[in-house]
Design a protein around this ligand. Structure first.
Ligand code: NAD
Ligand code: IPM
Ligand code: MN
Length: 364
């Protein structure tokens, strides 16, 4: 029996509510397979922990996390703790310290999910965003000079290293090549005359190594427009940290909503654990009501299964989400339903059980 050690940081707001359902799904899949099992260890880190202890995680928190095969994270951030502290001391700290430089965010409109765009077919919304996740606009390099004085000056530097830029672009080419799909780079070299000129140059360079991959390159403003007007242009997409953050929320809006959007923070070399999470935040406006949509965290659980080499199982989880959306009976209020977080999780696990028993998926 294989054991996967997973660190659970459920975090703040609706984080713990949606993570519970993802764990339910992972346990069900493992139980049906019987060849592997998840050992979950819970870490109480987050804004409440900060309020009690003055820090977002234990002092040796990163050391503790190193031992795990993966991290499953809910959401971080809550009113009362400044966002730049809560996020930099927990979520961003993990992404950066564990060199999770690839952020994989599918923007795919599943069957049954609401299609909000006109003159667009469901199949046209099928993108895979590969967001640079370790540097760029999120380098954290900067300065706040003469703070509070009339002549104060704030600098926030974008950092685009040769290594960081090349590796994310190469990862995206490898993905596009493997999937037989085109690769689009999104940048902004007309205004960002160092960082994005460099990005474009590296994209060109690496592109020469992959003659079989069809490429396109857009400025980020035009890309935002085209994602709405003509989404089929985008297949595999590579972009910088901040652009990827913004465009994947836009992507969520056209692909079923923020309650459905998942993300994987990957350290491809597997020197450190990778981290799986919904891309949404802690949703303070609905926290504690038991109505947060758990499908994004369940989708990220499916990404975790893929990462562990159980792609067939990952597919079953996605299929179950699709079936639940097609049934349109047990969905949360953000999807115009009346179900609770818990009920959605239960329904997904029931569907998984019936899929696996009916088609005898090669789960053994
Ligand atoms: P948010 O994603 O938390 O919420 C935006 C809106 O979407 C809200 O109306 C919320 O109710 C809704 N929403 C989000 N997820 C939902 C779900 N699963 N089901 C139903 N509705 C959902 O973004 P925000 O309000 O800008 O941020 C709130 C806090 O979360 C902030 O502290 C922010 O920094 C943090 N944040 C954390 C992460 C993360 O941990 N990965 C991501 C984004 C924002
Ligand atoms: C996300 C979030 C984070 C990001 C924040 C909370 C720092 O918005 O994962 O999309 O910008 O990466
Ligand atoms: Mn975001």
């Amino acid at each position: 029996m294989k054991h996967f050690k997973v660190a659970v940081i459920a975090g703040d707001g609706i984080g713990p509510e949606v993570i519970d359902e993802g764990i339910k799904v992972l346990n069900k899949v493992a139980e049906l397979d019987s060849g592997f099992q998840f050992d979950f260890t819970y870490f109480p880190w987050g804004c409440e922990f900060y309020t009690k202890n003055g820090k977002m995680m234990d002092d040796d928190g990163m050391e503790q996390l190193k031992e795990f095969d993966a991290i499953y994270l809910g959401a971080v951030g809550f009113p009362g703790v400044p966002d730049h502290i809560s996020l930099w001391d927990l979520l961003l700290k993990i992404r950066k310290s564990f060199d999770q430089y690839v952020n994989i965010r599918p923007v795919k409109l599943l069957k049954g999910a609401h299609l909000p765009l006109v003159d667009v077919k469901r199949e046209d919304i099928d993108m895979l965003f590969i967001r640079e996740n370790s540097e760029g606009e999120y380098s954290g390099a900067g300065e706040w000079l003469f703070k509070g004085q009339e002549h104060e000056v704030v600098l926030q530097n974008g950092v685009f290293s040769r290594k960081g830029t090349e590796r994310i672009i190469r990862y995206a080419f490898e993905t596009a090549k493997k999937e037989g799909r085109s690769l689009t780079s999104i940048s902004k070299a007309n205004a960002l005359n160092y960082s994005m000129v460099f990005w474009d140059q590296v994209f060109e360079e690496v592109s020469a190594e992959y003659p079989e991959v069809e490429t396109a390159s857009y400025l980020v403003d035009a890309a935002a427009m085209l994602m709405i007007k003509d989404p089929k242009r985008f297949e595999v997409v590579v972009t910088s940290n901040l652009f990827g953050d913004i465009l994947t929320d836009l992507g969520a809006a056209i692909a079923g909503g923020i309650g459905l959007a998942a993300g994987a923070n990957i350290n491809p070399e597997r020197n450190f654990p990778s981290m799986f999470e919904p891309i949404h935040g802690s949703a303070p406006d609905i926290a504690g009501k038991g109505i947060g949509n758990p499908l994004a965290s369940i989708w990220s659980a499916s990404q975790m299964l893929d990462f562990f080499g159980y792609e067939e199982h990952g597919k079953v989880v996605l299929e179950a989400i699709e079936q639940l959306l097609l049934e349109d009976q047990v969905v949360t209020p953000d999807m115009n339903g009346t179900a609770s977080t818990f009920e959605v999780g239960n329904r997904v696990t029931d569907i998984i059980t019936s899929i696996i028993s009916s088609k005898d998926v090669s789960v053994k």
